[in-house]
Design a protein around this ligand. Structure first.
Ligand SMILES: C[S@@+](CC[C@H](N)C(=O)[O-])C[C@H]1O[C@@H](n2cnc3c(N)ncnc32)[C@H](O)[C@@H]1O
Length: 247
């Protein structure tokens, strides 16, 4: 039987049923989290392989945009990169925030964390930290970062509204979110969605602009701007998404 006390986050646990009852309550013992866990495992396998294939010392970028170009980073700020991969955006952020600031890369894949730490060491960048964890359960305290960035990772999550709620939680009042991500066109049927998943690697499917806006608003973020930068598929584009936590 699956470990029913840890199969999903506290919020889902609370809304599903008590741990001891989960198997009877939820049938397969997954607490309704089986699908999300499967998505994560597929994603992890894909990026573990990418990290293993990377040349040591070559910073790997698997993003779909340049969030650091629009994040307007300042000296002394703390930046969190969701799904940091080989650490390219973390290293750029570390340079922008300077020695009095800090750049934190969060990733769930051990091989990526190892690569990112090696890349930071090779570049002699010290104001960085790479942390293992899920973007759906960010292992940082409330109100602890000035800026959340991310480069083509939120689309990989099976629970995007939760990722955005977590991003809002860890932002300080007045803090900013600046992410690059894939945005699906609104007129997408299931077959096109599956085809796009193959093209973009978005196993869990991308949100439409309207869905992204709604999820950001529900997370308590305002000042939302979504600007498409380029097409990545006939039915989807890469966009820069910016929002702010009210001061
Ligand atoms: C498309 S790569 C992007 C890497 C990096 N942002 C870049 O631009 O090169 C996705 C990264 O996000 C990580 N990732 C995907 N889903 C995640 C999740 N749910 N929690 C934490 N990390 C995740 C993967 O391990 C991988 O390193």
């Amino acid at each position: 039987m699956a470990d029913l006390t840890t199969c999903c986050g506290p919020e889902t646990q609370a809304t599903c049923c008590a741990p001891a009852e989960k198997e009877a309550c939820c049938g397969d013992g997954s607490c309704g989290c089986g699908a999300a866990a499967d998505v994560r495992e597929q994603v992890r396998d894909r990026y573990a392989a990418a990290a293993r294939a990377a040349q040591p010392g070559h910073v790997l970028s698997l993003g779909c945009g340049v969030p650091t170009a629009v994040a307007d980073l300042h000296e002394g700020e703390t930046v969190l990169d969701l799904g940091a991969g080989g650490g390219a955006d973390v290293l750029i952020s570390a340079g922008r925030v300077g020695p009095t600031g800090r750049a934190i890369g969060l990733d769930m894949t051990d091989e990526m964390l190892e690569l990112a730490r090696a890349n930071a060491a090779a570049a002699s960048v010290r104001n960085v930290e790479f942390v293992k964890g899920y973007i759906e359960d960010i292992p940082l305290p409330d109100g602890s970062v000035d800026v959340v960035i991310s480069n083509c990772v939120i689309n990989l999550s099976a629970d995007k509204p939760k990722v955005l709620r977590e991003a809002a939680r860890v932002l300080r009042p007045g803090g900013r979110l600046a992410v690059s991500d894939v945005i699906a066109d609104p007129d997408m049927d299931a077959a096109t969605r599956a085809d796009m998943a193959q093209w973009t690697g978005c196993i869990a499917g991308a949100l439409t602009r309207g869905e992204f806006e709604a999820a950001l608003t529900a997370a308590g973020l305002g000042g939302i701007e979504i600007t498409e930068t380029h097409r990545v598929h006939a039915h989807a584009g890469s966009a820069i998404i910016r929002a702010r936590k009210p001061a």
